[in-house]
Design a binder for this molecule. Sequence first.
Ligand code: CA2
Length: 317
Amino acid sequence: MSAQNAKPAERNIILIGMPGAGKTTVGRALSALTGREFYDSDTEIERREHMPCAQIFGVMGEAYFRAVERDVIAELTRRSGVVLSVGGGAPLLCADLLRRNSVVVYLWRDLAAIAASLEGESRPLTRSLEDLRRQYDARHGVYEDCAHVVAENASDVQTVAEQVLAAVQPHLAARLLVINGPNLNLLGAREPDVYGAATYDDLVELIATSAAGLGVAVDCFQSNHEGALIDAIHETAGEFDGIVINPGAYTHYSYAIHDALKSVPVPAVEVHISNVHTREDFRHKSVTAHACRGQIVGLGFFGYVAAMEYLLNEVQK
Ligand code: CA2
């Protein structure tokens, strides 16, 4: 898929947490609340292996179970706009897959409540309260690192599902990354006749205000280094729905930035504050615009706002 024709997928909501935290129950309620399809990775594993998870563990061993689990989660996370609950061990195994195009919710529950809910059930690896505590101590940090949101399961299912939905809502919004290249941190300091008197901080403020008005989440990144700009572009995959980029003078010769923009399935718009076409010849050529949906030049800071509005429209199509 090229950067030009990528269509951002609607993010999944994934519930992680300890066995017995209520992921499946809350996941079902969340599915009913949102109209999203619901999947449970353990159920999918059992369907695929024709055996209960506890038996797969017992007969085939943990390594086998984890391999199947990773496979199943890889397949499930390729979907978009679904609610998914995954086994307690999944974040240790494949946090990368879970965070791909998804908002990850760590459903936290008091250990005594977990122990009570697991009583009588035969789940692998959680035989006593002591086992549970050991497992909790080993996993809590991993869950926190993997999650975008932590929600407590301390109420009735409907209330918890509503709380989870409220917590994930801001993360479901479109996310844009505004990237500014070399020397743009100097805005306002020199050449006000070309770039205006406003500073880079003014630009960031304008972007934040416009983003709030558009209901879109925006991060700003500026660097004077080509490699750092390339890393930022790479890291947009799965994390952002669109890129607004002013590559500065790299515009005119950086095939590396062109290639980076091409390498990610995220649409980009190139912005220039000045009208590069009325300036020196070397500024007339952009090698990076080929990897973008379009180019906005000469509209001052408004170009960034226009680019954001365009990308937001694309995301919501
Ligand atoms: O017009 C634009 O936005 C540019 O991307 C700005 C780049 C320039 O190399 C491009 O050709 C067009 C450079 C920004 C330099 O900004 C300064 C601002 C104040 C003082 C010195 C440089």
